[in-house]
Design a protein around this ligand. Structure first.
Ligand SMILES: [Cu+2]
Length: 108
């Protein structure tokens, strides 16, 4: 006789398939006092890793309404991540290097 939980599986399958696609991970490096790209498009729920590849510290932050954060200062080789949970445009900067700019477009 089949285990009782196996009988439930066909009922659960349509529910599992209806779940939204899993969140993706992106990496944006900081190198030569620049973000590795000027613009990035992600979807709600996606995570962006900010990786410092410069031999000095950066302090990545955003004052944007839909995602306000401050990752603090961290050195070469370290990475910190931010999850984008609302749709909209997020402007990201570095408090150490005012010329550093990154736009993240968060799509629904
Ligand atoms: Cu910087």
């Amino acid at each position: 006789m089949l285990h009782p939980s196996i009988k439930i599986l066909p009922l659960l399958l349509p529910l599992l398939l209806a779940l939204p696609a899993q969140a993706k991970d992106f990496t944006v490096a900081q190198k030569d006092k620049k973000f590795s790209q000027a613009k990035l498009e992600v979807k709600v729920g996606d995570v962006v890793n900010f990786k410092n590849e410069d031999p000095f510290s950066h302090n990545i932050f955003s004052l944007s309404d839909i995602k306000t954060f401050d990752l603090g200062s961290y050195p070469q080789g370290q990475s910190k991540s931010v999850a984008f949970d609302k749709p909209g445009t997020v402007e990201i900067e570095c408090s150490v290097h005012p010329d550093m700019k990154l736009i993240v477009e968060v799509k629904k």
